[in-house]
Design a protein around this ligand. Structure first.
Ligand SMILES: [Zn+2]
Length: 417
């Protein structure tokens, strides 16, 4: 018998045979028009469209850019003593280091509980695209919903009940909050393990004409490639978020949100939701007390008036809410502590006249560091900024950064890295 490979169409682009009967039925049933191109050609066309859109966006931004653009080679040769370099993750990436958060994701594998937790319990479409920021969006409702399910599963009773089992109570709570431990314990361990493996995949020196070994450096990366690739002495570099070679210090990682603001935002958005009201109107038009754990955990003003199924249940909710709040506290980047610890360093930058930013995303979470530099600087209004860019997203961030920092646009020059 002949194999079922009767193709029905020819691709208008490459001429290949494609489209089987099954596919035709699918298209027909959905009322779709038959495709003109085979799958590989369709994908290529999509990529082309995407690239064209990005190119158009980039041209648009470049045409209205208020900053002068220079070539790397046009960088003025300034006094090393008056130059500060700021190095971000783009620096490692341009040296072929697989150091994006997508690389981190790939390093932990598909069936990993940490990955599952991050992708399930963080309320972001793409947790890896905006990783540190996303840590501020642990899903409270889902955490408490899980607790509710486990309390039911274990049938947790009140302490004065003959069949009360403390073991069941703790087991339910442990199950429900295990995600918090994964995020607070496993994530930093896994992250450090991954950071330790990073190395450049090529030996190019794309910023060789810019790097001055005797200038000063603030390195936001945990890696030492400034030293190993360009020979910058360690004493000239501040590893502001930690140095991976130093096993005792914790690598600084986290979001930059004010946790009270995040909570308030969530609270305001949810306080009027029907399912979180103290009393729910039932179908028989009678009011019933609500024992939704999110309601109990966050919306109950008077703790003596709740109608939880049991005291133990209320305690479990209370403890879990405490753990969730601890998580929020711990997942914030301790920027102010870092600033405090390095205050003498920032004061020592008073004589800097030029700041060269290479491969830094200029995210809001790092603004405080830049503000601290300007705060102690003698020349703050004349400070010259040389900032590298790579994509239209990068340019947008530079525009926002310059305006937020109130830097005069004529003090900013951009170069493509
Ligand atoms: Zn084709």
């Amino acid at each position: 018998m002949a194999e079922n490979t009767n193709y029905l169409l020819n691709c208008i682009e490459c001429g290949a045979d494609f489209f089987k009967e099954g596919e035709r039925d699918f298209y027909f049933n959905k009322g779709l028009e038959m495709p003109k191109r085979c799958k590989p050609c369709r994908d290529k066309k999509k990529t082309r469209f995407k690239q064209e859109r990005e190119r158009a966006e980039l041209e648009e931004i470049l045409s209205t850019l208020p900053f002068e653009q220079i070539q790397k080679t046009e960088m003025p040769s300034t006094d090393s003593n008056a130059s500060l370099f700021i190095i971000g993750n783009g620096f490692d990436i341009m040296h072929g280091v697989p150091s994006s958060y997508y690389n981190f994701r790939d390093s932990i594998g598909r069936k990993n509980t940490l990955r599952f937790t991050l992708e399930t319990y963080i309320r972001q479409d793409d947790v890896w695209g905006n990783f540190e920021d996303g840590l501020a969006y642990l899903d409270r409702e889902m955490m408490l919903g899980t607790l509710d399910d486990w309390l039911d599963n274990f049938d947790v009773l009140d302490e004065d009940d003959d069949d009360f089992s403390a073991a069941d109570y703790f087991a339910a709570q442990d199950f429900a909050t295990s995600q918090i431990y994964i995020l607070t314990q496993d994530l930093p361990k896994r992250f450090r393990k991954w950071i330790r493996t990073l190395k450049p995949r090529n030996s190019s020196k794309p910023v060789d004409d810019i790097i001055k070994t005797d200038a000063r450096y603030i390195n936001f990366n945990y890696t030492e490639f400034l030293e190993t690739i360009y020979g910058v002495p360690q004493k000239n570099i501040l590893y502001i978020h930690g140095d991976r070679r130093d096993k005792k210090t914790q690598l600084v990682l986290g979001h930059g949100h004010d946790i009270d603001e995040v909570f308030e935002e969530w609270y305001q958005a949810n306080k009027n939701r029907k399912e979180f009201q103290p009393s729910l109107l039932e179908k028989d038009r009678r009011y019933d007390h609500n024992d939704n754990p999110v309601y109990l955990g966050y919306f109950l003003k008077d703790e003596t008036k709740g109608n939880w199924k049991s005291q133990m249940r209320y305690d479990a909710i209370n403890n879990t809410v405490g753990l969730i709040e601890d998580y929020y506290e711990n997942s914030a980047k301790k920027t102010s502590e870092v600033l405090l610890r390095n205050q003498p360093y920032f004061k020592s930058l008073a004589g800097i006249k030029n700041i060269v930013v290479i491969g830094h995303s200029l995210s809001k979470v790092d603004y405080p560091y830049f503000k601290e530099i300007v705060k102690y600087n003698k020349y703050s209004s004349e400070l010259k900024w040389f900032i590298s860019w790579y994509s239209s997203d990068g340019l947008k961030k530079i525009i926002k950064f310059v305006s937020e920092m109130k830097i005069p646009t004529e003090n900013v020059k951009l170069f493509r890295a």
